[in-house]
Design a protein around this ligand. Structure first.
Ligand code: PEP
Ligand code: MG
Length: 754
């Protein structure tokens, strides 16, 4: 812990820095005075500022090195000790610089006699602007207080560079221009839709120009007020309704509150303020330390705690900026939230009304926020490396959830192109709204049943919106994925009852927990598997550890008291597995009966056809199962041996290929022969061309995401199912890799609406 001497040292440095800034003069003069001041205050033989321009770190000012080197010494990215500091964004403090493996000798600087080297990055909100260095002849390690003082100066310097406080620093044109240039970032689409809006940072940073405190006493008061606001909010949340799914769970809140009351956190923050920083800047500096530790830590427990600490830092910054809690209302009406990563509960806390879009720098393949974003109808793009270092709050942004792209500070022409696309989508939505209550009957009288895939209570409202006839797949694991602890029996029951009530008379097919594979729970540390998709997942877990599955069945039975209960099991591979799962249903029905509970009026038990082995066992399901649902997402990944989550291979094979279509035809015929109701509930069912093929193969029940219902309904109304079957039939035996093009032209020739 740095001593009080440092507080004084930093404050003197900051005061002198401010004086230099206030005296004006051209940028270069001010930089020259700055390095001279730092060198003399820190008793260093050398002080230099390197600023990053494009691909090089350029020496911009120096005290102690040869002045001819200024603007001539340019280090490539990663070159020399300066490059190392910029690359790691960490301070480098060494006693014997010339012998360091990364030392790069530049004769023009005349730096050979200097042994001690301290370099700190000039960073601001993830962006490295350059490196600030002090050097001494004597071989020594700089003290912790000196490192901290130099970091404080670097932080202020970064603010000044970013805000253009150096005036017209022509050499810095590159750095300054970066923030205003339009940029296009490619990521991955997680939730469909387009948004034109204004960037709001989930993790704000100190406002520009507010780094040095005007009045340290007042600043400490601001910090105290914000700290108590954060603590009170956490306490209120804890005292409030801990059971609600949108909230953070009790244990997490308790941990947060404990950390928020930890005196060492507060001491560190106060230390910054007493050293002359604004409260915001002091928090940002502590957050930087937490982030650096997080990046350097592998231990999962420690990482989680550091993440919590960072989250607290962010809450505090928001409180200081006055945008926390109720003040979130003050966000711009067209807010597009930008964050590194966002939990599902946090997204729910922002709410659909406040957000037009969501862009995440990370948001891994299993981004749980994506589930919530889709349910709320918020367009979302994730996996955008470098996003945070390129945006500022208030920037204009276009979020393209169709293509998985983000455009920062777009040009007028791009904005108007997107406005047109948004208008087009609105017009299409209006067309779908017009036909939503029209029965889904083809031109030749085939009656189709269009159902919805859902996973949260929020999704169920889409039933009316899009005019679906029921829920063909309710993914119960979503509740487990978006909450931060294992949902208890009561909250499961509440959710299922809520879903049944909202669906009213429309049927709901609940699928039991489908965990494992790509569906991971934040609070369960799963054993690492070589091939998770082929691993211990779904009903396999349910049968090996029946407690969880039995509890879930108990919740379902209780929620459906007096009503119709439809439940199905995922990834059943063998008939014996289905029998064992069905026996658990019977056992739970017995339990309910014995305990005098009201039973469901009807119980139907179905199974998903996802494993190829089960696809070839359908005749044996006759009399055992009540219905089947083909999960084409998984069935196709196993059929083609191509990971559905791996973009390299997932698009390589087409469900509209003859072998896949023949398999689907076989499944449908076997189901009919066994007198088993059958549907398709993979994502493909929501795409018009695929829906056309499935109809041609004889499928009459399709369950799909809400966004698919309108387009598929439009297709159905224009389609002749008999003609489609006749047209597809010869293609089933072709040797084409896909019949997509052929089907598309058949549809075009007959004016079937794709
Ligand atoms: C499927 O596999 O097709 C399916 C509907 O289930 P999920 O996508 O949830 O695995
Ligand atoms: Mg599946």
């Amino acid at each position: 812990m740095p001593g009080p001497a440092n507080v004084g040292g930093s404050r003197i440095l900051l005061r002198k820095l401010r004086e230099i800034m206030e005296t004006g003069g051209v940028a270069q003069e001010r930089l020259d005075r700055l390095v001279a001041m730092i060198a003399s205050t820190m008793v260093a033989d050398v002080c230099s500022i390197y600023l990053t321009r494009g691909a090089v770190h350029e020496l911009f000012a120096t005290e102690g090195l040869k002045s001819e080197a200024v603007h001539r010494t340019r280090l490539k990215h990663g070159e020399g000790l300066v490059g190392l500091v910029a690359e790691t964004a960490q301070p480098l403090n060494i006693a014997d610089a010339p012998h360091h493996e990364r030392f790069s000798y530049r004769p023009e600087t005349g730096e050979d006699p200097y042994n001690a080297f301290l370099g700190v990055p000039i960073v601001r909100s993830e962006r490295t602007f350059g490196v600030l260095v002090v050097q001494n002849r004597a071989s020594r390690i700089y003290g912790e207080d000196e490192v901290e003082a130099l970091q404080t100066i670097a932080m202020v310097l970064a603010e000044m560079v970013a805000s253009g406080a150096f005036g017209d620093l022509s050499g810095l044109a590159d750095v300054e221009a970066r923030a205003s240039r339009p940029e296009l970032l490619h990521g991955r689409a997680f939730s469909d839709g387009l948004a034109i809006g204004t960037v709001v940072l989930h993790e704000p940073h100190a406002p520009l120009g507010r780094v040095i405190a005007d009045d340290p006493v007042k600043e400490e008061q601001r910090l105290n007020d914000a700290l108590s606001q954060v603590r009170t909010t956490l306490q209120d949340m804890l005292d409030g309704d801990p059971g609600r799914i949108s909230g953070v769970s009790r244990e997490v809140l308790e941990m947060f509150l404990m950390l928020a009351n930890d005196p060492s956190w507060e001491t560190k923050l106060k230390h910054g303020v007493r050293a002359g920083l604004s409260a915001d800047a002091a928090v940002e500096r502590v957050r930087g330390e937490h982030r650096a530790k997080f990046n350097a830590t592998r231990d999962p427990y420690l990482r989680e705690r550091l993440h919590d600490l960072e989250d607290l830092d962010n809450r505090l910054l928001r409180a200081l900026a006055g945008v926390d809690g109720a003040a979130k209302q003050d966000m711009p009406a067209d807010a597009v939230l930008v964050a590194r990563e966002l939990g599902p509960a946090e997204l729910l806390d922002y709410g659909a009304e406040r957000l037009k879009g969501l862009a995440l720098e990370e948001g891994g393949a299993t981004a749980h926020a994506a589930i919530v974003a889709r349910a709320l109808g918020i367009p979302m793009v994730g996996l955008l490396p470098g996003l945070l270092s390129r945006v500022e709050a208030g920037d204009a942004i276009i979020l393209d959830g169709e293509r998985g792209e983000v455009r920062l500070r777009p040009e007028e022409a791009v904005v108007s192109a997107y406005q047109e696309r948004i208008q087009f989508r609105t017009a299409r939505a209006a067309e779908f709204a017009r036909i939503k209550d029209t029965p889904a009957i083809t031109q030749d009288g085939a009656q189709m049943t269009l159902l919805l895939n859902a996973g949260l209570a929020l999704d169920v409202h889409h039933l009316d919106e899009v005019g679906a006839e029921g829920i063909g797949l309710f993914r119960t694991e979503f509740q487990f994925m978006v909450s931060e602890t294992l949902p208890r029996l009561e909250s499961q029951t509440l959710l299922y009852r809520d879903v049944l009530e909202t669906a009213d008379q429309r049927p709901v097919t609940f699928r039991t927990l489908d965990l494992g594979g790509d569906k991971v729970l934040p609070y369960v540390t799963a054993e690492r598997e070589e091939n998770p998709a082929l691993g211990w997942r779904a009903v396999r877990i349910g049968l090996d550890r029946p407690a969880l599955l039995r509890y879930q069945l108990r919740a379902l039975i209780s929620a459906a008291a007096g009503r119709r209960l439809r439940v199905m099991f995922p990834l059943v591979t063998l008939i014996s597995e289905f029998d064992a799962a069905r026996a658990l249903v019977d056992r739970e029905l017995d339990w309910a009966r014995k305990h005098g509970r009201e039973l469901p009026a009807v119980v139907e038990v179905g199974v998903m056809v996802e494993a190829p082995a089960l696809a070839w066992s359908i005749p044996a399901l006759k009399g055992r199962a009540d219905f089947l649902s083909v999960g084409t997402n998984d069935l196709m990944q196993y059929f083609f041996a191509a990971d559905r989550g791996n973009a390299r291979v997932s698009d390589r094979y087409d469900i509209l290929s003859p072998p896949a279509l023949r398999l689907l035809k076989q499944i449908r015929e076997d189901a009919d022969a066994a007198n088993l109701q059958i549907s398709i509930c993979g994502e493909a069912a929501g795409r018009p061309l695929e829906a056309l093929a499935f109809t041609a193969l004889g499928y009459r029940r399709l369950s799909m995401p809400a966004s698919g219902v309108g387009p598929v309904k439009r297709l159905v109304l224009s389609l002749n199912a008999g003609e489609a079957a006749d047209a597809l039939s010869p293609l089933l035996h072709s040797d084409l890799p896909s019949v997509r093009a052929e089907l598309t032209s058949i549809a075009a020739a007959r004016a079937w609406a794709l």
